[in-house]
Design a protein around this ligand. Structure first.
Ligand code: NAD
Length: 260
């Protein structure tokens, strides 16, 4: 039996990252999870992936706002397990405030996590991908990498930047077995948007369920949340040979949001 290809998914202890990790595990990749949280919640996520994988599922607790920690963790990982074939840059955070009231420390944190971290993970993994002449880099951007919304300046700036970096990486790897693409989800029901649903519900004096419906009504023409399974399936497709000529793309999965 040949060794399985290794897939690192950042921010995969919940939400979209966990969905993508499960889908890649089911497709036969060996999974390395990453994220923050309690020991219990991390072990729960690891077990969820382990239960669908024949290979040992690993976890690295690297805080991705720390470039030195990323360098160290990835060099240790590659030294121990070998080159990484699939890199999914998914970890992200959100904060909403008007730009002139945006806390400077939170601005910096969002740029560090939602943009700079992907530079550092790509920098660490690309040499190994080039050596094995195969690699798939998938950056989880957002509709907010393509269009803006009010009160999300840091997030919108970071996600637009991530799409730019995706294109630059695709050009630099164009004549190799490596591709680099961005997936741009619309509203997807995960812990990241629960606060926004709550805020909407409070503003409108409605319950949580209706808050979610109103959030969708504002932006997402399908009026349905994207699911983490749908995003997992697209990530898996991007890893196939059929997708070898898709590179530098920003693929919306947004129920028509960016078609408006
Ligand atoms: P989530 O809050 O459920 O998951 C975020 C993950 O990132 C968690 O595993 C968390 O532990 C990890 N994380 C947070 N800070 C970290 C740090 N400093 N270092 C390492 N890991 C860290 O969020 P989600 O909704 O699943 O979002 C995942 C990605 O999808 C994000 O990049 C987000 O911007 C993007 N996205 C989400 C939506 C949505 O509607 N949920 C829409 C578009 C894009």
């Amino acid at each position: 039996m040949t060794d399985p290809r290794l897939a690192v998914i950042t921010g995969s202890t919940s939400g979209i990252g966990l969905g993508i990790a499960k889908a890649l595990a089911l497709d036969g990749y060996q999974i390395i999870l990453n994220g923050l949280g309690s020991a219990d919640s991390i072990e729960q996520a690891r077990q969820a992936v382990q239960s669908v994988s024949p290979y040992e599922t690993y976890f690295i607790g690297t805080d991705l706002t720390d470039p030195n920690a990323i360098d160290l963790a990835f060099s240790e990982l590659i030294e121990t397990l070998g080159p990484i074939s699939i890199l999914v840059n998914n970890a992200g955070m959100q904060f909403t405030a008007p730009i002139h009231k945006f806390p400077v420390d939170i601005w910096n944190q969002i740029i560090d996590l939602n943009l700079n971290a992907s530079f550092h993970t790509i920098r660490s993994t690309l040499p190994g991908m080039l050596t094995q002449d195969f690699g798939r880099i998938i950056n989880i951007a957002s509709v907010h990498g393509l269009v803006a919304s009010v009160n999300k300046a840091a997030y919108v700036a970071a996600k637009h930047g991530l799409i730019g970096m995706t294109k630059a990486t695709a050009l630099e790897t164009a004549q190799t077995g490596v591709t680099c693409n961005a997936i741009c989800p619309g509203w997807t029901r995960t812990p990241l948007i629960e606060e926004q649903i709550l805020a909407k519900a409070q503003l409108m004096g409605v319950d949580f369920q209706e808050g979610g419906r109103q959030l969708l009504a504002d932006k997402q023409p399908s009026q349905e949340f994207v699911t983490t399974d749908q995003l997992g399936a697209l990530a898996c497709f991007l890893c196939t040979d059929a997708a070898a000529q898709i590179s530098g793309a920003s693929l919306p999965v947004d129920g028509g949001w960016t078609a408006q």
